[in-house]
Write a protein that binds this ligand. Structure first.
Ligand SMILES: Cc1cc2nc3c(=O)[nH]c(=O)nc-3n(C[C@H](O)[C@H](O)[C@H](O)COP(=O)(O)OP(=O)(O)OC[C@H]3O[C@@H](n4cnc5c(N)ncnc54)[C@H](O)[C@@H]3O)c2cc1C
Length: 327
């Protein structure tokens, strides 16, 4: 007989402060919302706490997300995913979790003065791209117009044979520039603060690939000339290659092991080393893409369900009329 909290029980309404839920999902991006959909359809009660700044929300129009031949905006995709998860009973609350702790055989998450208890938790908190130094309104305007782009895998196709600059240096900058070279021959690697950190071998590599190395002055950006200008040169798009901050801060205090670059380490079923705690999406080392985040969300949800089933029966109660008929 199933003993987990039921959504219909007002005493354990997951929207209520201090409630106990089967599954708490921290983060309402593609990874977290896919997991929430699966978990709700496994008849588990699921609460998503989301701070509301998914990287996907920055996508003006995604053209590489399968199933949308005319493209889909990030905000539209997130809204559809949220609706779909809620259709099956997932609850989504705007809240930034500021602490996660273990208690008994579960977890307690707090956001300001509020707290929620959960038997299992999925961290789907994503990453934040480091931005080039420029005023925020200029950055946001350029991003919306496709003058600044963050994901060559996603939208390199859109800059085919265009004038492109990569803002970056070192290994990361060189790698990104070489990747983009298969989309365009008009490519420059721009030193983010005026000075490159490139060894002679890297300079040769760039030269051989026909990539211009721009340095000497701190870049000043302006939307002008039908594109975005840096040091008098007009680009159709700039790709910052400045790394990112992994939103893994909730994981450290509960003892989660880290993988490369500060991402959370998981097994092939999205389990962290902490029993009952899972991770999916960009916060885990892997391809930072919507499809990948969704895939990991589905795997994580299924593992959460199966692990919960080992701890307690998830069998549904026999409906009363059937019970009565059998007697
Ligand atoms: C400009 C841009 C364009 C892109 N274009 C594409 C594209 O065309 N195709 C593609 O496949 N990918 C694209 N991507 C990448 C894609 O957006 C990400 O891979 C995807 O959003 C990752 O999903 P996620 O759920 O792991 O993380 P996110 O979407 O970043 O969601 C994480 C969520 O967790 C929440 N959160 C974080 N910390 C907390 C906390 N403590 N408490 C509560 N909530 C928290 C955040 O508010 C956020 O809502 C693009 C990215 C950018 C920036």
């Amino acid at each position: 007989m199933r003993r987990f909290a039921a959504m219909s029980d007002p005493l354990v309404d997951p929207m209520m402060d201090g409630a106990i839920v089967d599954c708490l999902v921290v983060g309402g991006g593609p990874a977290g919302l896919t997991a929430a959909l699966y978990l709700a359809r496994y008849h588990l009660d699921v609460l998503v706490l989301d701070a509301g700044d998914s990287r996907a929300a920055l996508i003006p129009l995604s053209r590489n997300h399968a199933g949308y031949p005319e493209g889909i905006t990030g905000t539209d995709l997130l809204a559809r995913m949220g609706q779909q998860a809620m259709l099956y009973g997932a609850q989504i609350l705007p809240a930034r979790v500021d602490a996660l702790a273990r208690e008994d055989d579960g977890f307690i998450a707090t956001a300001g003065a509020r707290h929620w208890r959960a038997r299992s938790v999925l961290l789907a908190t994503g990453v934040i791209n480091n931005r080039p130094t420029m005023p925020k309104p200029l950055h946001d305007d350029a991003l919306a117009r496709g003058l600044i782009r963050y994901c060559p895998i996603c939208d390199g196709y859109e800059v085919t044979d265009k004038r492109v600059g990569v803002i970056g240096t070192g290994d990361h900058g060189v790698r990104e520039a070489l990747f983009l070279r298969s989309y365009t021959a008009d490519l420059a690697l721009i030193a983010p603060d005026g000075r490159h950190d490139l060894d002679p071998a890297q300079r040769h590599q760039l030269q051989d690939a026909g990539i211009l190395v721009v340095e000497g002055t701190t870049p000043v950006y302006e939307i002008a000339g039908g594109g975005i200008t840096v040091g008098g040169r007009v680009y159709d798009s700039l790709y910052p290659a400045l790394g990112s901050q992994i939103r893994s801060e909730l994981a450290g205090p509960v003892g989660v092991e880290m993988a490369g670059g500060g991402c959370l380490a998981v097994d092939s079923h999205q389990r962290t080393n902490v029993p009952g705690l899972y991770a999916a999406g960009d916060v885990v080392l892997g391809l930072d893409q919507i499809s990948h985040a969704m895939g990991e969300g589905g795997v994580a949800a299924t593992t959460m369900r199966n692990d919960l089933a080992k701890r307690q029966s998830l069998f549904r109660a026999v409906p009363e009329p059937v019970k009565a008929a059998a007697q």
